[in-house]
Design a protein around this ligand. Structure first.
Ligand SMILES: Cc1cc2nc3c(=O)[nH]c(=O)nc-3n(C[C@H](O)[C@H](O)[C@H](O)COP(=O)(O)OP(=O)(O)OC[C@H]3O[C@@H](n4cnc5c(N)ncnc54)[C@H](O)[C@@H]3O)c2cc1C
Length: 266
């Protein structure tokens, strides 16, 4: 196996765990990881901790990190920032594009890597419901469901450090935030926007919070508890659209539980 080229696509928690185990073996693999995010893998499960690690405008990202760029280098793992775009199985090569992280999509700047073994650790992406206004149809990117450029200004997902940084920046000029989904992550996000001093609303289509984990009684008890903290809960809501103005979100239109007419949360 010595000298074999292992290319890992995706440097999330699983890509990291795989590389860590492979490096431990000291089997002489030439390991390269193609990392789409602008930093090495970090503990995504602890993402919300990022808010607590804020110190003014300085955020300590390393608290969430597994290995730094230097750690990877010291383990002879080559880190390539980019997004894998195609695999040529006959020639055993994978092409990738350099990703620009200013909120736009993939650059034209491409390169490729030869591999003996290719491991895809590309994980998951946020499910964005097909509700009008959540994504700009003309900017939808079939190659990249999480492409930030496909979303209207003011619409975020909750998955990466960049998502949180964008949220923190937007909070400086916003008064109110609606979080779609009253599951575990939705409630984490609702607490986060509350801590960012925005009026925080959770809009859940099920009749009570955390419908996957709780029964109605438990979900309603949780709703009372969350409401008593100052977070507004709208369960049983039928979301109709995000109201946009010039590519920017202005409100959320939904029919509250038991009502027939929609309201707009500005
Ligand atoms: C806020 C939050 C809290 C969570 N809490 C929990 C929890 O309590 N318990 C739990 O079990 N799970 C939790 N999860 C889910 C958990 O984070 C995921 O299951 C885990 O991150 C999966 O790891 P992964 O490496 O497989 O995928 P991902 O974390 O999705 O990482 C995949 C990586 O591959 C990159 N990638 C994708 N395509 C390409 C490409 N073409 N080229 C290059 N790179 C690419 C992505 O950008 C990403 O960096 C939570 C998730 C979030 C967002």
């Amino acid at each position: 196996m010595a000298g074999k080229k292992v290319v890992v696509v995706g440097h999330g928690p699983i890509g990291h765990a795989f590389i860590e185990k492979l490096a431990e073996r000291e089997a002489g693999f030439e390991i390269t990881v193609v990392c789409e995010e602008p930093r090495p893998a970090y503990n995504r499960v602890m993402l919300t901790q990022y808010f607590l690690d804020c110190d003014g405008d300085k955020h300590d990202q390393m608290k969430l990190s597994y290995w730094s760029e230097e750690d990877l280098k010291s383990k002879n793992v080559k880190l390539v920032y980019g997004r894998a775009t195609s695999i040529d199985r006959d020639n055993k090569s994978v092409s990738y594009s350099k990703v620009s992280h200013g909120g736009s999509s993939v650059d034209e700047d491409t390169d490729s890597l030869q591999y003996d073994i290719l491991v895809l650790c590309t994980g998951s992406f946020c499910f964005v419901p097909p509700t009008p206004g959540f994504v700009l149809p003309e900017k939808k990117n079939p190659q990249w469901p999480d492409d930030p450029a496909s979303r209207p200004e003011g619409v975020f997902v909750y998955r990466t450090i960049e998502d949180l940084e964008a949220l923190i920046a937007a909070a400086k000029n916003s008064k109110r935030a609606a979080v779609i989904g009253g599951g575990l992550l939705g409630l984490e996000a609702a607490k986060a926007v509350y801590d960012l001093e925005m009026e925080s609303h959770v809009v859940e289509m099920a009749p009570y919070l955390m419908p996957t984990q709780l029964n109605q009684e438990g979900g309603k008890a949780l709703e009372r508890k969350i409401s008593s903290l100052g977070i507004h809960v709208h369960s049983g809501a039928k979301i109709q659209e995000a109201v946009l103005d010039g590519g920017k979100v202005k409100g959320l239109k939904f029919i509250p539980n038991g009502e027939t007419e929609p309201i707009v949360l500005d």
